[in-house]
Design a protein around this ligand. Structure first.
Ligand code: HEC
Length: 120
């Protein structure tokens, strides 16, 4: 019996996802990237979402969810927010606030090479 308990605990622990990971999945599955970009960097009139105040982002998403928009441009967001649960918003805003651009970080590391003769 105890063995089964330990086994199940390990199993559930290894499948547990962080809020950041869940937010990332939602961001992809709800196609938020098509306007706000894969790196949450925004595009033209679509605002940047990376590392922005979590409370404010949650406030905006809940407003959009209740079909309230302050400008005509914001009305576009209503469609993408109506089916979000409070939990979804929590995960999405965690992902936005904590967002780390892994791709740029790696490319920076690769481009920094100290070996070679420096072209002289
Ligand atoms: C069809 C394009 C489009 C898609 C898809 C989209 N958005 Fe937006 N988003 C917008 C526009 C347009 C605004 C409002 C810009 C403005 O205020 O002028 C906005 C605003 C926001 C804001 C408020 C930002 C601010 O500065 O006030 C948040 C947060 C947000 N979007 C999150 C999301 C999330 C999360 C998703 C996916 C569930 C998503 N968006 C999908 C176009 C889009």
């Amino acid at each position: 019996m105890r063995f089964i308990f330990i086994f199940l605990s390990i199993l559930s622990f290894s499948f547990a996802k962080t809020s950041y990971e869940k937010g990332k999945e939602l961001y992809t599955s709800k196609v938020c990237y098509s306007c706000h970009g894969h790196k949450l960097e925004g595009m033209n009139t679509f605002p940047r979402l990376a590392n922005r105040a979590k409370g404010y982002m949650a406030y905006k998403l809940k407003r959009f969810r209740s079909k309230k928009a302050d400008t005509q441009a914001q009305e576009m967001m209503i469609t993408y927010s109506v089916d979000l649960s409070d939990e979804d918003i929590e995960h999405l805003t965690t992902y936005m606030y904590d967002y780390v651009d892994v791709i740029s970080k790696e490319s920076y590391d690769y481009s920094f090479q100290t070996h070679g003769d420096g072209g002289s």
